[in-house]
Design a protein around this ligand. Structure first.
Ligand code: AMP
Ligand code: MG
Length: 413
């Protein structure tokens, strides 16, 4: 049995070299960038009006300006605007050099805005002169977003290793990208083991591990095949062989403890896997198993109990999948403990619930009690042999795909 930190170290030491692929921006959500994204132009790309109004070339104390043209967004006014002149301008249009943008409401055309727009359907219609009614608006260079003030051409705006979210996909689009280099994703082959699972007899249990791993994969955008096997060695081995044909990462649940029918590690060895670790000093989830084969395939043997599966998937499977996808490590989140909590001889990872004041540990009946765990939104990390009093900052691992302050249907215990 090895300590938790040592297990993590062995995961980060695994020889893993993901390969990159180039995909359309529209398919990039959730993918991890394999290359930096940089601006293909200055942003803003030109001096942009940030208000609808008049771009005025100031001249002394003058407040009335002849309007020589109207500039909609998407068009550039090609002539100079001489001191004492103005153009009507719409938000987003390039500002002629040397102008100041005065919003409609600070002019005598404030109330005629709508009428003027109608009148402008004839581009040859003469434009009335504009008078600035609020002279405090006569400040050079007002209401303009300057070329390059947000970012310069060539600047890196998204670093390789970033997992793309809607906002970062949006930024990649603004940077001019239509395709992105991302890391290829591993395929998962999930095998749910156990004679007792889903059998429909009065000694069988319903399967929660299969739905969990299938949902986890879907949430991560990973392709997963799901298989079931009894504890019979021949059947389980055949299912492992089948999964290896479809996946780079095999994830099993059950069959890794010390029972007579816990056959996953011995069968993995017979299929060419070498153990990276088996048994980690944690609670719950101690029997967890990780192995690797010469062809780079990995096998993650999770325990059988649902909360142990939840925990070990977060502790070991997710970091492994992050490595396989080239994702940067997310800095840990720390919150104050709401109540004093005894720790144990092993590092403990208990279901918790976050709120505005910190995190509380949910009373539970052990590693089968998914009802308790599912009423929370995170695992609380309780290092072994420590005095953890209320207010102590503890690391929390949010449940993948959950949001803080989520409320399950259960009455909180
Ligand atoms: P094992 O590690 O195979 O001995 O499994 C430990 C316990 O986890 C079993 O006795 C079951 O009660 C439970 N268990 C195993 N597989 C599942 C599953 N797929 N869904 C829910 N509970 C399970
Ligand atoms: Mg079992």
């Amino acid at each position: 049995m090895i300590p938790y930190a040592e297990a993590l170290r062995r995961i980060s030491d695994l020889p893993i070299a993901p390969t990159a692929e180039n995909i359309p921006l529209g398919q990039a959500i959730g993918r991890v960038l394999a290359a930096d994204v940089y601006l293909d132009r200055d942003l803003p790309p030109f001096d942009r009006a940030t208000m609808d109004g008049f771009a005025v070339a100031l001249e002394g104390n003058r407040t009335t300006f002849p309007v020589i043209a109207s500039v909609p967004a998407g068009q550039r006014f090609g002539q100079p605007v001489l001191p004492g002149q103005a153009v009507r301008i719409m938000t987003g249009a390039p500002c002629p050099p040397g102008t100041t943008v005065i919003p409609f409401e600070k002019t005598d055309q404030a109330n005629r805005h709508g009428n003027l727009v109608v009148g402008l359907t004839d581009p040859r219609a003469p434009l009335p002169a504009v008078t600035i009614t609020d002279t405090s608006a006569l400040i050079p260079g007002r209401n303009i977003a300057w070329k390059g003030e947000d970012g310069r051409q060539g600047a890196v705006v998204l670093a390789a290793g970033t997992r793309l979210s809607p906002v970062t996909v949006s930024l990649a689009g603004m940077a001019g990208a239509t395709r992105l280099w991302v890391w290829k994703r591993p395929r998962l082959g999930v095998i749910i083991t156990g004679d007792e699972v889903g059998g429909g007899t009065d000694a069988s249990i319903t399967d929660s591990n299969g739905p969990f791993l299938e949902a986890l994969a879907a949430n991560l955008g990973l392709q997963a095949t799901i298989g079931h096997a009894s504890d019979d060695g021949v059947e389980l081995r055949a299912t492992m062989v089948w999964a290896l044909e479809h996946a780079e990462v095999i994830v099993t649940t059950g069959g890794v403890s010390a029972g007579d029918r816990d056959l996953v590690p011995v069968l993995a060895t017979s299929l060419g896997f070498t153990t990276i670790f088996h048994q980690v000093a944690i609670q719950p989830g101690k029997p967890v198993y990780l192995a690797r084969r010469g062809d780079g395939k990995l096998l993650v043997g999770l325990p059988g109990n649902p909360v142990s599966v939840l925990t070990t998937a977060h502790l070991f499977l997710l970091p492994l999948l992050d490595r396989l996808q080239g994702s940067l490590a997310v800095p840990p989140l720390r919150l104050p403990l709401r109540d004093s909590t005894p720790t144990g001889k092993r590092d403990r990872f208990l279901p918790g619930r976050r709120d505005a004041d910190g995190v509380s540990i949910i009373p539970w009946h052990g590693s089968g009690d998914l009802i308790a765990a599912a009423s929370g939104d995170c695992l609380v990390v309780l290092p072994a042999d420590q005095e953890l009093t209320a207010g102590h900052l503890v690391e929390v691992i949010p449940y993948q795909g959950s949001v803080p302050a989520h409320h399950g249907l259960m009455t909180p215990r």
